[in-house]
Design a protein around this ligand. Structure first.
Ligand SMILES: Nc1nc2c(ncn2[C@@H]2O[C@H](COP(=O)(O)OP(=O)(O)OP(=O)(O)O)[C@@H](O)[C@H]2O)c(=O)[nH]1
Ligand SMILES: [Mg+2]
Length: 346
């Protein structure tokens, strides 16, 4: 399990000061105290939202403060309260006080909310201190400071996108292009021995991608590293199938494509039924465009979206990033066809 973590600081609004004033008006001798109260400072609330699946938005923006309350004024005018602010967090976020380590909140369902920093109370104006024996009070209070806290947010990440393909297809290189993940990359098969997760930013959205060890023919019988790692992409929403388009594989690209689909089916029909995006990788190293075309035709026959990329030149990388975002965040998912819908060996 991979954990996304950020430290942020929050400062609720300070309360406004109470006012010291006396009513002074012609023909109204000793008009009495008239200092208004200060407004309350704004709170900072966190709200669980389904529009976010990572904490990336806090990485770019780790400090949040709410408005202070306005000071009270004469003529018994109360200061305006400061505006509260809401910080959206993904469902699954746990909030800790970063200094004490105390757990403050655990967001388990959408729309749950919790006030992480309370605004300061406004101070009372001198008009509030009047009593029968104390007609001209000069006491007035300052506003209380709003809470200032350092918070640690933790989110257990489940991958939204799973990368599958042959060893050496360029899976780890792709995740390193799309996210801050820096997995080991090398020009031999089975470089990746453990799944890697990366958080991918795409416009206002972000999602989690899982890079797993490569699959080979017979993986379901334990060949290579086997198919045990497929469990890490079992709960993803979409699979990205990387097919190496370079000549160096010494294999037919379309053969690779079929082998991987067979291995997915052997693992579970459910996994094979996931929407799949087909990606021809390493197009910079492909001398025969027919190879790319053959993968494209395969994808089109299966009615799966097709992209061609090079993680070296960057070609097609941004298109893929935004296609994944669109696939994950579109309102009504019109699902891409999946491996299960294709006849075996087609
Ligand atoms: N020319 C070229 N080489 C690439 C590209 N992407 C990856 N490579 C190279 O291909 C080799 C394998 O890349 P990896 O990202 O480690 O491949 P992988 O799919 O993660 O491999 P395993 O972890 O072994 O399954 C490395 O030498 C990369 O530098 C590309 O777009 N163009
Ligand atoms: Mg790898």
């Amino acid at each position: 399990m991979f954990i996304d973590e950020v430290i942020i600081s929050v400062k609720a609004g300070d309360g406004g000061n109470g006012c010291l004033a006396f009513r002074r008006e012609k023909f109204v001798p000793r008009g009495g105290p008239s200092g208004g109260d200060g407004g309350h400072g704004g709170d900072i609330e966190m709200v669980a939202s389904t529009h976010y699946n990572t904490l990336l938005h806090f990485r770019f923006n780790p400090e949040h403060s709410a408005e202070r309350g306005r000071h009270g004024e004469g003529s018994n005018r109360t200061g305006r309260d400061g505006k509260s602010i809401e910080l959206p967090v993904p469902v699954g976020t746990v909030v800790f006080d970063a200094e004490t380590g105390e757990q403050l909140a655990d967001f388990t369902a959408p729309k749950q909310r919790y006030t992480v920093a309370k605004g300061g109370r406004g101070g009372r104006g001198n008009a509030r201190f009047v009593s029968a024996t104390h007609q001209a009070p000069t006491e007035h209070e300052d506003g209380k400071p709003g809470d200032l806290k350092k918070l640690r947010l933790e989110l257990k990440l489940l991958a939204d996108v799973g990368l599958v393909g042959f060893p050496n297809a360029g899976k780890s290189t792709l995740i390193s292009r799309l996210s801050a993940a820096r997995p080991k990359i090398a020009d031999y098969p089975f470089t990746t021995l453990e799944p890697n997760l990366g958080v991918v930013a795409a416009g206002d959205h972000s999602f989690v991608m899982a890079d797993i060890p490569g699959l080979i023919e017979g993986a379901h019988e334990g060949h290579g590293l086997g198919i045990q790692f497929l469990k890490h992409v079992e709960r993803t929403k979409v699979l990205v199938h990387l097919v190496d388009s370079s000549e160096y594989t010494g294999r037919e690209a379309v053969h690779d494509f079929d082998v991987i689909l067979d291995e997915l089916r052997s693992f579970s029909e459910e996994l094979a039924a996931k929407p799949m995006i087909v990606v021809a990788s390493k197009i910079d190293a492909c001398q025969e465009p027919e190879r790319i075309l053959s993968i494209k035709e395969k994808a089109e026959a299966a009615k799966m979206p097709f992209f061609e990329i090079s993680s070296v030149t960057g070609a097609g990388i941004e298109e893929l990033r935004y296609a994944l975002r669109d696939q994950l965040f579109k309102e009504e998912p019109a699902e891409a066809p999946s491996a299960a819908m294709i006849e075996n060996g087609s």
